[in-house]
Design a protein around this ligand. Structure first.
Ligand SMILES: [Zn+2]
Length: 167
């Protein structure tokens, strides 16, 4: 069970292990908003409800102002593991403008790509192949990207995530 961390302004910020959440709470850096009383955390000294949502006591600069760090895994996740050319399941990434022709190693020049499209395309551009991109590759912002890492958001988080989306 993971814990949702909200910024002091209630914006969803990140997801951490409940242990990390407890450390923040015990250090006075966060307060518990929601807890799972059915599954307390026990140690020799204390017994605490397991935090499911915590809120930081001090406002920190929202991570959405930053761009997520580029990675092969991140590109695949951004594109939902779907090939940007044919829509099938993708396990590799492709430089839209090939590296050999000056294509950058960047969020906007990398897309998820299935093996067969990747080997067919080689050092050519989508235009040369007569292909079009099914997605417009963009750099995801770090904040939302963080939350997308949670494949199955806990039910108790839902109202807080909605709030963040509206903000
Ligand atoms: Zn493909």
């Amino acid at each position: 069970m993971k814990t949702l961390v909200l910024n002091a302004g209630y914006e969803p910020m990140s997801v951490v292990s409940f242990k990390r959440a407890l450390v923040l709470v015990l250090a006075g850096k966060a307060n518990v908003l929601e807890a799972d009383a059915a599954r307390p955390v026990r140690s020799e000294q204390l017994s605490l409800d397991r935090p499911t949502v915590i809120i930081l006591t001090r406002y920190v600069k929202p991570p959405s102002a930053r761009t997520a760090a580029l990675s092969r895994r991140g590109v695949l996740r951004r594109d939902g593991h779907r090939c940007a050319y044919c829509g099938r399941s993708a396990a590799t990434v492709d430089h839209v403008m090939p590296r050999s022709r000056g294509g950058a190693n960047s969020w906007t020049n990398l897309v998820a790509c299935c093996r067969s499209c990747n080997s067919l395309k080689g050092d050519r551009t989508p235009e040369e192949m007569g292909w079009s991109l099914l997605v417009r590759p963009e750099a995801p912002d770090a904040g939302r990207f963080w939350l997308r890492e949670v494949d199955a958001p806990a039910e108790v988080w839902a109202p807080f995530l909605e709030l963040g989306r509206a903000a």
